[in-house]
Design a protein around this ligand. Structure first.
Ligand SMILES: [Zn+2]
Ligand SMILES: [Zn+2]
Length: 292
């Protein structure tokens, strides 16, 4: 927090941003109402080393239920990171009052637009807001080339622009743990056609473990990713319908006893799944916060 603050401002923001104001200069009091589930209070008190997981986006690729695309914000005492950054995620961050410059690391599960399409916007936002500290982006093999191509398609010349902060791209190898401050991440290859390998991710901060399926058909690799985790964030695209390369609720329920995780929460839901009345697991909403 390096800017002078006006009374009552508790935002983390860059020197160029005004207190209690977003990039358009509107006071926080005039922002659109945050989803009702933000800051829910039914969670136990956080231990000193707790990680919080905030669903900035819990939707599918097509905005089902008016939800933002895949984006999880993990906050640890040693820094914050995103897991996936879909095309809508910069908007989701600003709507939730999250300063993008808070993010030092983005972990990408796979190279579909609803999971990595927000990266060009995040990088350019840093460029135009005076960001200085490094941004590390880690994901599947192919990430470096696909990110460069995405930036050039959306903003020609942007991939080679001179910036005051370094962007480091790390390509993860399956089942090889990588230490990326503030966490250790292990990728597990899953079954999802996206032009390059697709991963489930296991993210460890000390004793805390958050696992994430990404998008995938059922595979026992999810057991390896989720085993012993405190929280497993899992795709449930449709309720019963089997869609190629995706996981449905019925299949997940069948395999869930094998996962070995403490808690499951569903994400990436279509309108079909959102409309299902009785579900055996928690369902995320945009704004849901879980302490791990
Ligand atoms: Zn997706
Ligand atoms: Zn996908």
């Amino acid at each position: 927090m390096d800017a002078a603050h006006e009374p009552g401002c508790d935002l983390r923001h860059t020197p160029r941003q005004r207190c209690n104001a977003n990039a358009l200069g509107r006071p926080a009091s005039e922002w659109p109402a945050a989803p009702a589930h933000r800051g829910r209070t039914d969670e136990p008190p956080a231990p000193a080393t707790a990680v919080t997981v905030e669903f900035l986006g819990s939707g599918d690729a097509f905005g089902s239920g008016g939800r933002f695309q895949a984006c999880l914000l993990l906050r640890t005492p040693d820094g914050s990171l995103l897991i996936d950054c879909g095309a809508t995620s910069l908007v989701a961050m600003k709507r939730a009052g999250v300063d993008p410059s808070e993010i030092g690391l983005v972990l990408v599960s796979h190279l579909h637009g609803d999971h990595f399409g927000g990266l060009p916007f995040l990088i350019l936002d840093g460029q135009f807001s005076g960001r200085r500290h490094p941004l590390v982006i880690a994901g599947p093999p192919g990430l470096r080339e696909r990110l460069t191509r995405a930036m050039e398609v959306l903003f020609p010349g942007s991939s080679t622009a001179v910036r005051r902060f370094p962007v480091e791209v790390v390509q993860l190898a399956p089942r090889v743990s990588a230490r990326l401050n503030p966490v250790t991440v292990t990728a597990f290859e899953v079954i999802h056609a996206s032009g390059d390998p697709a991963f489930a991710l296991r993210v460890e901060y000390g004793e805390r473990v958050v696992a994430y399926s990404g998008d995938t058909a059922w595979t026992d690799a999810l057991i390896d990713a989720a085993n012993g985790s405190d929280l497993f964030v899992c795709e449930a695209y449709f309720a019963e319908k089997r869609v190629r390369y995706h996981l449905d609720y019925a299949t997940l329920k069948e395999h869930a006893p094998r996962l070995g995780c403490k808690r499951i929460i569903l994400t990436h839901m279509s309108a079909d799944m959102l409309g299902r009345s009785e579900v055996a697991f928690e369902r995320a909403e945009d704004g849901t916060v879980i302490r791990v």
